[in-house]
Design a protein around this ligand. Structure first.
Ligand SMILES: Nc1ncnc2c1ncn2[C@@H]1O[C@H](COP(=O)(O)OP(=O)(O)OP(=O)(O)O)[C@@H](O)[C@H]1O
Ligand SMILES: [Mg+2]
Length: 258
């Protein structure tokens, strides 16, 4: 098997003359957690849309698991195990946490509705759903309406519904966005857990999270790759500091409390 599960060559996306993603050639190592970072508007989400086929590239080639997926449709790449979180998996607030995961399992199997009427089958799906809830730390919330979960736990539930598709490679777009400290820690632990035996590509603004999770990082600015490497390398790169890290409200170290 190829060392790299995903690679792009000259991936480019233009929106009416505006180049949002420009000549991006990147490789993601199988089994790694790979970070995609960069300032607002750098083209990160557009890259995700290109990789998961929600947008056709203007130019370039995308390969996944040794095959050219440039021309495939979103459902086709999802079937190949390349799955993006928070896309197929909206949380239904009126249903319980368990029911949300069960529906995701049912949809992932794509069987007819009647088939699900069988109690036996439903029970089997509930067993699998409970396993997934355990994976994301939501066992104790199974019978609560999803609407009652905290924001962070809702995102964990979304990850559970994504895992129901049994992805080989998982794309996470800002999994910790808008979270409290405690929720961030929980998601970090969760990503570590779900990354076992999988490849994860994640967009993340929280650099502590990136540092703690990512084996390798690609930095985008204005649609182009600015730097690539592990966190120590990338965070020392002066261009990266200027373009991205410098823009963060970093503690300057010199501002002691009076
Ligand atoms: N459908 C579209 N039509 C026109 N322009 C678009 C479209 N989608 C994105 N863009 C533009 O492309 C650029 C990159 O957007 P994108 O959402 O990929 O950035 P991002 O890196 O994900 O930013 P953020 O960190 O804010 O999420 C932006 O200037 C955006 O306005
Ligand atoms: Mg984005």
């Amino acid at each position: 098997m190829d060392e790299f599960i995903l690679d792009t060559e000259g991936m480019t996306k233009e929106f009416r003359g505006f180049v949002a993603v420009s000549d991006v050639s990147m490789r993601v190592r199988r089994g790694s957690i790979h970070g995609l970072i960069g300032p607002n508007g750098a083209g990160k989400t557009t890259c995700f849309n290109l990789l998961t086929k929600f947008l056709p590239p203007t130019k370039g080639v995308i390969r996944y698991n040794g095959r050219d997926i440039t021309k495939l449709k979103p459902a086709e790449v999802a079937k190949l195990g390349l799955v993006r979180s928070f896309q197929i998996s909206a949380v239904f607030g009126h249903m319980t946490v368990l029911e949300n995961v069960r529906v995701a399992l049912q949809r992932s199997r794509g069987r007819s509705f009647d088939f699900w009427r069988s109690d036996d089958v439903l029970r089997r799906y509930d067993d699998r759903a409970m396993e997934l809830l355990e994976d994301v730390g939501l066992t104790g919330f199974a019978h609560l309406p999803a609407a009652q979960l905290s924001y962070g736990r809702k995102r964990a539930l979304e990850i559970a519904t994504t895992l129901a598709l049994d992805p080989t490679m998982l794309l996470l777009d800002e999994p910790t966005a808008g979270m409290t400290h405690e929720d961030v820690d929980r998601i970090v632990a969760l990503v570590k857990r779900v990354a076992v035996g999988r490849t994860v590509l994640m967009v993340e603004h929280n650099l502590k999270v990136v540092e703690g999770l990512c084996d390798r990082i690609t930095v985008l600015t204005r649609g182009r790759i600015l730097a690539e490497g592990d966190y120590p390398t990338v965070s020392r790169n002066p261009e990266v500091v200027a373009a991205y890290l410098g823009a963060e409200p970093e503690v300057s170290g010199g501002t002691a409390h009076a």
